[in-house]
Unconditional design. Structure first.
Length: 202
């Protein structure tokens, strides 16, 4: 089995920093990674996702992470040649691209309106070989992202829900985060990206 990760980050410091930290963790546990800054045209980003999916055989696992800005229709991409033009990479087309993966696919969607991806994904991928993780309030503007929770607890070999059992109130950042902290759909594939043994601190 080959385990790969496709990491896409909006070209803004906080998103790049968080995604790079996650990439370091994945490399440390032996996952083959590809890091992409989301400043490509819509077709280019779709091709990157589609190509990664096509490489995923029945025995393989692919992790797709997006950390950045989104709207109800999909991911945002700050187009390189037109700096004021934000292209929207639609969830409909992304789900079509990911349907080409024959193996298991895990998705961590960390942006506003992130849970809306689930509706398109469910049309084209089976629950038994797909794991979708988004923010609990992900059908609206999202204050706290799932990538933060995943990066904190996967290195411990734990799902975020296994570790956080109390509400967290962040008055400066938005509403209370209620248990469950993550919105999930499909299989839980977290264990595929746990360390083989207790890791050193990142």
């Amino acid at each position: 089995m080959k385990t790969r990760a496709l990491l896409l980050a909006w070209p803004e410091f906080k998103f790049l920093l968080e995604t790079k930290r996650f990439e370091r963790y994945l490399k440390k546990i032996g996952v083959e990674t590809k890091f992409i800054v989301a400043n490509e045209r819509r077709r280019s980003l779709l091709k990157i996702v589609r190509d990664a999916a096509k490489l995923t055989t029945k025995e393989d696992a692919l992790l797709v992470v997006f950390c950045g800005h989104g709207n109800p229709k999909g991911w945002g991409s700050l187009v390189r040649k037109e700096p004021r033009d934000v292209a929207i990479v639609s969830y409909s087309y992304l789900s079509i691209a990911l349907a080409q993966a024959k193996g298991r696919v895990a998705i961590v969607n960390d942006c506003c309106y992130c849970a809306l991806f689930r509706k398109e994904l469910a049309k084209r991928r089976k629950r038994r070989n797909t794991s979708f993780i988004a923010a609990w309030d992900g059908e609206n503007v999202t204050w706290e992202g799932p990538l933060t929770d995943v990066l904190r607890f996967w290195p411990m070999g734990k799902r975020p829900e296994d570790m956080i059992t109390n509400n967290i109130y962040c008055p400066a950042k938005g509403p209370e985060r209620e248990v469950p902290l993550l919105c999930r759909w499909g299989q839980e594939l977290d264990h595929l990206f746990f360390p083989p043994k207790s890791p050193e601190p990142i």
